[in-house]
Design a protein around this ligand. Structure first.
Ligand code: AVJ
Length: 330
């Protein structure tokens, strides 16, 4: 297959730090999120090179069940999943990261078709570089990494000819509030063609006693992951956040069915946002909302998928029913 060159910004040429387009988006996010009473930052900001490496560490924590649960579902059913998608197929993935779980699907696919294309799309060039080198030993696989965000950069899917299997794993959908989540799914749906398949992994609602430790681990890795967003703003924006003056706070919001991550200012302080030529003011105890991680119900998911114009085909779950992977059609 051929993919139009130039559509992709390759992670292997140039620096692994923030590119110009991403830097503009960082500035816009800080301007919009930090100069207001209810402070917030978009979750994608967490994934610079260090944030992506810390997230990989999170996936290995004993308390963080989603990655190993989804991996077990994929390990048990990868063959069925790719066959259900319909072969031959080219694979694309939103938020691919290092593609550590995707390798199970790609291996199952390459047992059934000799050659395959894989287009991992991610905001983190360093994570994509890891994915690319890990996949180099997969015979017959051509990898075309793409640095981008979604829904903004979904047009890249148009360049992939033939039947496509689009992956959206890791409950990455859970980072989106209900309205943007519905809009993202509708935008994905609009890019897919008849015959394409959409495989999406979603974390399910469960006891707060399981959820909270998954985001507030004993080793403090998630706290470092969360605070790293401030280090990123110091670098990309020339801000002067004092990291020790902020505390990692995790809440389970049952009404909204989401885990909420915050950075709480431990004292009154002013932070200069260099490139924005502005100052963010914090009262003692004031928080920045840095991430939400929605936990879905089956009924909620069915409504969300249907509302976006998808046809649900089947789901796979782990025995504890903590996580689900769904195959959807246009
Ligand atoms: C990558 C969005 C699925 O919400 O569980 C993990 C991110 N943040 N620990 C999640 C995350 C803190 C993760 N997702």
């Amino acid at each position: 297959m051929t993919i139009t060159e130039g559509v992709f910004s390759s992670p292997s040429d140039g620096t692994l730090e923030t590119d110009a387009a991403t830097r503009q988006a960082v500035l816009a996010a800080a301007a919009e999120g930090l100069l207001r009473p209810d402070k917030r930052l978009p979750a994608w900001l967490l994934y610079d090179a260090r944030g992506s490496a810390l997230f990989e560490e999170i996936t290995e924590l004993p308390e963080y069940y989603p990655t190993r649960t989804e991996r077990a579902i994929l390990a048990a059913h990868a063959g069925e999943m790719v066959e259900a998608a319909g072969l031959p197929v080219a694979v694309a993935e939103l938020g691919a990261g290092t593609a550590s779980k995707t390798r199970l699907l790609l291996a199952a696919l390459l047992e059934r078709q000799a050659r395959a294309a894989y287009v991992p799309i991610d905001v983190s060039p360093s994570a994509l570089a890891v994915a690319e080198s890990a996949l180099a030993r997969f015979r017959g696989l051509s990898v075309h990494p793409m640095v981008g965000r979604y829904p903004e950069d979904l047009a890249v899917l148009d360049a992939i000819p033939g039947r496509r299997l689009l992956l959206f794993l890791g409950s990455n959908l859970g980072n989106y509030d209900p309205e943007p989540a519905a809009a993202l799914l509708a935008a994905v749906r609009a890019r897919l063609r008849p015959g394409d398949a959409f495989l999406i992994g979603t974390d399910l609602r469960k006891a707060a006693g399981v959820l909270i430790p998954a985001y507030d681990d004993a080793a403090g890795v998630t706290a470092r992951f969360n605070k790293n967003v401030l280090a990123r703003l110091n670098r990309d924006l020339g801000a002067d956040f004092d990291l020790p003056a902020f505390r990692h706070v995790v809440r389970w919001n049952s009404a909204a069915s989401r885990v909420e991550l915050y950075l709480q200012s431990e004292r009154p302080q002013q932070v200069r946002l260099g490139a924005l030529d502005a100052v963010a003011r914090f009262a003692a105890g004031e928080r920045i909302h840095t991430e939400s991680s929605y936990k879905f119900t089956r009924a909620g998911l069915r409504a969300l998928f249907r509302g976006a114009g998808f046809r649900w085909e089947r789901s796979w779950e782990d025995p504890r029913r903590w996580f689900a992977v769904h195959l959807l059609r246009v």
